[in-house]
Design a binder for this molecule. Sequence first.
Ligand SMILES: [Zn+2]
Length: 95
Amino acid sequence: MRAGFEIKQSGRNLRVMRNGVCVYGPVTHRADAENMRDKLERTDGHKRRKCMTCADPFMSEGAHNRMCNPCRTRTSADTGSYSFAPRASRRSISR
Ligand SMILES: [Zn+2]
């Protein structure tokens, strides 16, 4: 489950709230509050995990993210090379 951050306004003051607790503010500019909320939402759920492929520790972006960057790059490069059919064979069939 992902905890949501919300911006609450009271008078001219804006606060970033999480589960009813003020985590930032009060500020008077909405942009400040929105920036901080975005920042908090981006970093929320980031965790140090072990890569499921090479077991190296890395900063995970969340539950969906179980592979370190080198492993993810390698995996997508592998699948990319398999998904491309050779063009020459296709072209030689017609005409
Ligand atoms: Zn890895």
